[in-house]
Design a protein around this ligand. Structure first.
Ligand SMILES: *[C@@H]1O[C@H](CO)[C@@H](O)[C@H](O)[C@H]1NC(C)=O
Ligand SMILES: *[C@@H]1O[C@H](CO)[C@@H](O)[C@H](O)[C@H]1NC(C)=O
Ligand SMILES: *[C@@H]1O[C@H](CO)[C@@H](O)[C@H](O)[C@H]1NC(C)=O
Ligand SMILES: *[C@@H]1O[C@H](CO)[C@@H](O)[C@H](O)[C@H]1NC(C)=O
Ligand SMILES: *[C@@H]1O[C@H](CO)[C@@H](O)[C@H](O)[C@H]1NC(C)=O
Ligand SMILES: *[C@@H]1O[C@H](CO)[C@@H](O)[C@H](O)[C@H]1NC(C)=O
Ligand SMILES: *[C@@H]1O[C@H](CO)[C@@H](O)[C@H](O)[C@H]1NC(C)=O
Ligand SMILES: CC(=O)N[C@H]1CO[C@H](CO)[C@@H](O)[C@@H]1O
Length: 843
């Protein structure tokens, strides 16, 4: 260590101990003010329980490298207080560890305590026990609810204070949120709702966190609470007081996935456009919801029918891999906005109309020093605009950023960042290793149909499901008998129609222990009706209905009392046109299925003789448990289980639930597009993929849940599937590519005022995941290459630059190649040229 290093170290030490990290956080009409200075902040949502603590540092590092300043998370009450008064903050629910991990990376935290989270999380994050406090009403001016909510808010605040995590204590938390999107539903709560908003605000402020509080989607948020915007665009948003800054708490990077739906994605050109428009029009804090979505492990998925993957088409994908070009293009955007920060915080924007759907916003530091944003918000027409005496080309639906009111260092529609050939982890074929779980390895256990244990009880009438199961299980058996009094000839059966009405979410129906029907709802409406023609014997017949929950409702007015389960069962006699309403008859109930009581998912039963092994593996059978062991593939990366051959159920690895699966539920066959036009207003149904396909076939197994040697896989299959076709995937490579023109701007981070920026050359930059390296260059051409990533071809003008690229890149984690004739030669002088490269990153 040299002397210089020593001096630096001492300086850092002094900084830390003299309290450089002790911050005061306030706000004014422009921005959050941290230690007296207005800040322009990029934020991203990462929900700690949706990944493992072991990978938090890596995900946060990738967030920081992507240009984020702040990490935002909800706090998940139901998991932190599973039983009233008994708290849990271990493992991936270790909130303090998460906040400290963010702090160690040098980033800030926005803690959205809520405690209502929504978040496609089970019951919106409310503990189900809350529902059973007699007289309680959620999210309104109800003392029982307010007491519980206040207690939990105070609990989290004191947990943070005790660990010195608020900014004033030297910690990273600069912002807190109370409630969440209540403004969207407040109308349904009447005056009680308005009083509740005031109470929530006062309660939050009384907790003395020393950082500002926000309420999102809450126009009537009382002072000093900042009301913030959520949505796909927030450029038109204004806060409810001229003393509050314009802040955006949820900018949807994509959208969540539900079983039975097509996969939503949001083009990065549109996402970048929305962000640039927001900062252009006076915004100073923006948060991506989600920056990393992760996985809904166990039964944490909200509902109804929210899928296990919470990938969200986010810049970091479900498995923690960087998604390109989303991550890279946004990083370039963040760098460009950062270059304007001193201007943005110096003044309010000056507006300039440049034409129809064309405008500029200019930020002055002094009367002749400015930064500007030029926007074309027309959804189809490109334009040339004149600004400051210069002419600029503005593609439709794009914003250009000019940190000196002259040079364009970034345009939202021009993606120069690298792309990944297969946007979604594990969807590639060449770079994925697949391990089949051969059929001989499987054992099984056939579950009883109907009530099987002495946990059953008898009640008249049909019970509401959540009230009955208290969400201790997804399953509730409804069992009754149907007595056919009329005489039926031997060998004959009586035919009848069974009509079942359910509030949701799915149900299997058995008559005399034989499966006769399966009904299910969807995310938009979980209720369904089921009509089946059935055959009955003379005398007693059994009717067993297994009603299944797929995530408790997490959104909407009074969502907590929406209810679930069977509410009507009617038997119609075909001949006599008479109806028999069984709804009010006597029913026998059982919460949970037999295998759950036995504990078949547990490691301790892995060698139990309950498991049957043999060469006649039952397939396509409902209510069956499967078990296999597998050796963990080599490497450190995440694993994925391909369950495409299965129906519907839950899966466990070494006793840990990896969540629900439902590949048998296909998305509607129409409504998708392979080539989504990013121009024009986006909504969650605009750019869908995978129509007619299962929403999710691949299921994430965290690496930390497997060990060397044999690992246990258990499935509870409800519908019917073929486990012998299950395979385990691990990613070993990633094909990356980039295509950059001489005319593209040089990298935004090389911008310096007063430097001849445009005389520098643009660059192709390729980067692999940390620890990976470029092992092969599949294509490299400088000239007029044609085609897209994955299908590049040399054009008429072509310099073979393979050896130049190989020399710079092979064996490296990343490389940068200037797009210039000085470096690459000139195959066709006078022609505008570009450099296209396709490479393979290997683990
Ligand atoms: C917050 O500060 C006020 C004024 O100093 C004090 O009266 C109150 O007890 C504090 N509340 C909490 C929860 O610390
Ligand atoms: C913008 O200007 C360029 C160069 O003069 C021209 O080629 C192009 O057609 C113009 N585009 C539009 C939309 O006016
Ligand atoms: C019924 O419950 C008792 C006591 O809880 C238990 O010992 C017994 O094994 C149970 N029987 C069945 C069939 O589950
Ligand atoms: C189920 O049937 C009832 C009564 O016929 C009807 O009111 C309801 O809309 C139906 N529900 C669905 C989801 O079709
Ligand atoms: C659940 O039970 C509560 C009382 O415990 C009752 O008020 C409520 O109506 C029930 N919910 C449904 C959907 O039946
Ligand atoms: C089950 O048997 C295997 C092989 O004999 C052994 O390695 C494993 O530890 C056993 N598991 C349990 C939970 O007993
Ligand atoms: C599975 O069983 C169902 C009904 O029993 C039948 O309709 C379906 O064709 C079977 N599928 C396969 C793959 O055997
Ligand atoms: C403010 C805003 O635009 N909110 C929207 C967020 O997205 C959902 C789903 O598309 C809309 O329902 C909200 O209105």
């Amino acid at each position: 260590m040299g002397n210089k290093d020593l001096v630096l170290l001492v300086l850092i030490a002094v900084c830390v101990f003299e309290g450089c990290y002790c911050k005061t956080v306030t706000y004014d009409h422009r921005a959050l003010v941290i230690d007296g200075k207005r800040r322009v902040l990029q934020s991203g949502s990462i929900h700690y329980p949706r990944s493992m603590p072991e990978v938090w540092p890596e995900i946060i590092r990738k967030s920081k490298e992507g240009g984020l300043d702040v990490i935002e998370t909800y706090v998940f009450w139901n998991n932190h207080e599973p039983v009233r008064g008994e708290y849990y903050f271990e493992g991936r629910f270790d909130l303090v560890r998460f906040v400290k991990t963010v702090q160690e990376a040098g980033l800030l935290v926005h803690l959205r305590i809520g405690p209502y989270a929504c978040a496609e999380w089970n019951y919106g994050g409310f503990p189900v026990w809350l529902h059973f406090i007699p007289g309680i009403q959620f999210r309104t001016t109800n003392d029982l609810f307010k007491n519980e909510m206040k207690r939990f808010l105070a609990k989290i605040v004191s947990l943070m204070k005790d660990a010195d995590l608020f900014a004033s204590q030297g910690g990273p938390i600069i912002l807190a949120q109370v409630e969440n999107e209540y403004g969207n539903v407040e109308w349904a709560y009447g005056v009680g709702g308005e009083l509740y908003v005031k109470w929530a605000a006062e309660t939050a402020v009384s907790l003395n966190t020393s950082v500002p509080w926000v309420m999102c989607q809450q126009e009537d948020a009382p002072d000093p609470i900042i009301n913030t915007c959520n949505g796909f665009y927030c450029d038109r948003f204004t806060p409810n007081s001229p003393s509050k800054p314009k802040m955006w708490t949820e900018n949807y990077s994509g959208w969540f996935l539900a079983f039975g739906n097509a996969i939503p994605y949001r083009p990065v050109e549109d996402l970048a456009f929305s962000v640039a428009r927001f900062f252009e029009t006076g915004g100073t804090f923006q948060n991506y919801y989600m920056y990393f979505g992760g996985t809904n492990f166990e039964r944490t998925a909200g509902g109804p029918l929210v899928a296990t993957s919470y990938d969200y088409d986010a810049p970091i994908d479900e498995y923690g891999f960087i998604r390109q070009p989303k991550w890279g293009h946004l990083r370039d955007l963040h760098k460009a906005i950062k270059q304007c920060e001193e201007f943005l915080i110096s003044s309010d924007p000056t507006y300039l109309q440049l034409g129809k759907n064309l405008e500029a916003h200019i930020y002055y530091r002094t009367s002749n020093k400015c930064a500007a944003f030029l926007a074309n918000f027309d959804s189809s027409l490109d334009a040339n605009v004149t600004f400051n005496g210069n002419s600029y080309f503005l593609p439709a639906w794009s914003v250009s950023i000019l940190p000196d009111c002259k040079n364009v260092i970034f345009n939202t529609a021009k993606v120069v960042s690298q792309r990944n050939l297969h946007g979604v982890s594990f969807s590639g074929t060449t770079s994925v290793n697949e391990f089949s779980l051969a059929s001989s390895a499987w054992s099984w256990y056939k579950e009883e149909v109907g009530v099987s244990s002495n946990h059953s009880f008898i009640k008249p009438g049909l019970l509401e499901q959540i009230n009955t199961t208290k969400d201790n299980s997804d399953y509730l058996w409804y069992t009754t008998s149907i007595n056919v009094k009329e005489s039926i000839a031997p060998g004959q059966e009586k035919e009848a129609f069974l009509h079942i009405g359910s509030l949701g979410h799915a149900a299997l129906v058995f008559v005399n222990k034989r499966l006769v029907g399966f009904g299910f709802g969807n995310h938009e409406d979980a209720s369904f009706n089921l009509s089946e023609k059935i055959s009955l014997n003379q005398g007693d017949n059994t009717l067993d209905i297994l009603s299944m929950m797929v995530g408790l409702q997490n959104y909407g007015p009074w969502f907590d009392i929406a209810g679930a389960g069977i509410y009507s069962v009617i038997l119609a006699d075909l001949k006599k046109s008479s109806k028999d309403d069984l709804s009010s008859g006597v029913w026998t109930y059982q919460v949970g299925v037999e295998g759950e009581y036995i504990g078949l998912d547990k490691i301790s039963l892995a060698n139990s003789s309950l498991w049957i092994q043999g060469n006649r593996l039952p397939i396509n059978r409902s209510l069956i448990w499967y078990k296999a062991t597998f050796l963990a593939p080599e490497g450190k990366g995440p694993l994925s289980l391909d369950l495409a051959s299965m129906g519907k159920g839950q899966a466990w690895v070494n006793g840990q639930s990896i969540g629900r699966y439902w590949p048998a539920y296909l998305a509607p066959s129409t409504g998708c597009t392979t080539n989504c036009d990013y121009r024009g207003a986006y909504d969650a149904s605009k750019c869908l993929r995978n129509c007619g396909q299962p929403a999710q076939t691949l299921y994430h197994i965290p690496r930390t849940w497997v060990h060397s040697g044999e690992n246990l896989l258990v499935l509870h299959e409800e519908l019917g599937g073929d486990p012998s076709k299950i395979s385990l995937l691990t990613r070993t490579g990633q094909e990356v590519c980039a295509h950059v023109s001489e005319a593209d701007p040089p990298p935004a981070d090389s911008w310096q005022p007063n430097l001849e920026f445009m005389s520098q050359s643009s660059q192709v930059r390729l980067t692999c995941e940390q620890g990976w390296h470029i092992s092969m260059i599949n294509f490299a051409s400088f000239g007029t290459p044609r085609g897209h990533c994955g299908t590049f071809n040399p054009g008429n003008c072509h310099a073979n630059v393979l050896s130049v690229v190989q020399q710079a890149c092979i064996g490296q984690e990343g490389c940068a190649i200037p797009v210039s004739t000085a470096r690459l030669g000139d195959p066709c002088p006078g022609v505008l040229k570009s450099l296209a490269i396709e490479a393979l990153c290997s683990y």
